[in-house]
Design a protein around this ligand. Structure first.
Ligand code: ZN
Length: 45
C-alpha cells in the first residue's frame, strides 16, 4: 500500500505513516491511500 500527502502530493513512506500519521515533507496530517483514482487526479493536475 502506498500513501500520498493531500497537501504536497508527495509519496509518503508507509513506515512514516505507521509511526506518526503526518507527512514528513510538509507536516500535513492528511495522508491519503494512493489508489488509481487519486493517481488519475494527480496526472490531470
Ligand atoms: Zn506533505
Amino acid at each position: 500500500m502506498e500513501y500520498i500527502c493531500f497537501q504536497c502530493k508527495k509519496n509518503v513512506d508507509p513506515e512514516q505513516v505507521d509511526k506518526r500519521i503526518r507527512c514528513p515533507f510538509c507536516g500535513s496530517k492528511i495522508i491519503l491511500k494512493k489508489i488509481t483514482n487519486i493517481e488519475r487526479k494527480v496526472k490531470a493536475l
